[in-house]
Design a protein around this ligand. Structure first.
Ligand code: BGC
Length: 255
C-alpha cells in the first residue's frame, strides 16, 4: 500500500473528485478526514463506505473560507488521528456569468472558497507538519483554468491562476521542511460541478471537441495522480502543476 499509516485531510470530499481521492487514499492505507459543508448525509455515506472496506475515515464539517473553522479542522484531526501527513485542497466552486454582468458577491464567494480557503488550509497544515518535523504533502486541485482562459468564468480563472502562484511560492518556502506542494490541474472530469454541461448534449459535444482524447476524465483517474503525488515515490516533485486533461491544454484550435 502506497499511503500506509499516513493521515490525509481532503476538503470538499463528500462528492466528485474529492470523494474519489478519499476513497482511493483510504484503499492505499491512509486514515482520511472527509471535510464537507452542509451535505452531512453524503459525507457520512463516504465515511461508512470506507469503514465497511476496513478503512479509517472521519467526517468533519468546516467551511474553508473561515479561519476559525479551518483551525478546528486541523486541531480535531490532530486530536483524533494524531498527525497530518497529506492535505488536499480540493473544495471549489464556480458560477458562470458574462464578465460585464458578473455579480460582485459571487466574485467574493469564489475567491473566498477557491483561493483564500487553500491559503488558510495550507498555512494551518504546514504549521502542523513543521511541528511534526518529518515533512508532508500539500496538494491543490486547481484546473486547466489556472492557465487557460474560460469566458464567463472570470473569478474561477482568477482564483485558479492565483492558486498556481500560491503553490509555486510556498513550495519554495516549505522545501527546507521537506514539505512538497504541487497542483493537479484537471480538465473536464465527469462530476457534479459540470452538471449544466452534462445535461446539455450540444454543449457537451462542443466541450468534447476541445479534448484530443475526446471524452470526460474520471474522478478515479485524478485520484490515482493524487495518490502518487502524496506518496513517498513523489518525494522529489515540488512546485509543479500536473495536468490531467485528455490533452486539452495541447489542442490547437485550428481545423
Ligand atoms: C471546470 C469545468 C470545465 C473544465 C474544462 C474545470 O475546471 O470546473 O467547468 O468543464 O474545467 O474546461
Amino acid at each position: 500500500m502506497k499511503l500506509q499509516d499516513k493521515v490525509a485531510i481532503v476538503t470538499g470530499s463528500a462528492s466528485g473528485i474529492g470523494k474519489a481521492i478519499v476513497m482511493g487514499m483510504a484503499r492505499e492505507g491512509a486514515a482520511v478526514v472527509v471535510d464537507y459543508v452542509g451535505n452531512n448525509d453524503a459525507a457520512n455515506q463516504v465515511v461508512s463506505q470506507i469503514r465497511s472496506a476496513a478503512g479509517k475515515a472521519q467526517a468533519i464539517e468546516a467551511d474553508i473560507s473561515d479561519p476559525a473553522q479551518v483551525n478546528n479542522l486541523v486541531q480535531q484531526t490532530l486530536e483524533t488521528m494524531g498527525r497530518i501527513d497529506i492535505f488536499v485542497n480540493n473544495a471549489g466552486l464556480e458560477y458562470k456569468h458574462p464578465f460585464t454582468e458578473y455579480p460582485f458577491d459571487l466574485w467574493q464567494e469564489i475567491i473566498a472558497v477557491d483561493l483564500t480557503g487553500p491559503f488558510l488550509c495550507a498555512q494551518a497544515a504546514a504549521k502542523a507538519m513543521i511541528q511534526q518535523g518529518d515533512g508532508g504533502r500539500i496538494l491543490n486541485i486547481s484546473s486547466v483554468h489556472e492557465d487557460l482562459p474560460m469566458p464567463t468564468n472570470a473569478p474561477y480563472c482568477a482564483a485558479k491562476g492565483g492558486l498556481r502562484m500560491l503553490m509555486r511560492t510556498i513550495a519554495v518556502e516549505l522545501a527546507p521542511h521537506k514539505i512538497t506542494v504541487n497542483n493537479i490541474a484537471p480538465g473536464a472530469i465527469f462530476t457534479p460541478i459540470d452538471a449544466d454541461v452534462e445535461a446539455n448534449a450540444a454543449i457537451e459535444k462542443q466541450l468534447m471537441g476541445e479534448i484530443p482524447l475526446g471524452r470526460w476524465g474520471k474522478p478515479e483517474e485524478v485520484a490515482a495522480l493524487a495518490i502518487f503525488l502524496a506518496s513517498d515515490a513523489a518525494a522529489y516533485c515540488t512546485g509543479s502543476t500536473f495536468f490531467i486533461d485528455g490533452g486539452m491544454m495541447r489542442q490547437s484550435g485550428s481545423l
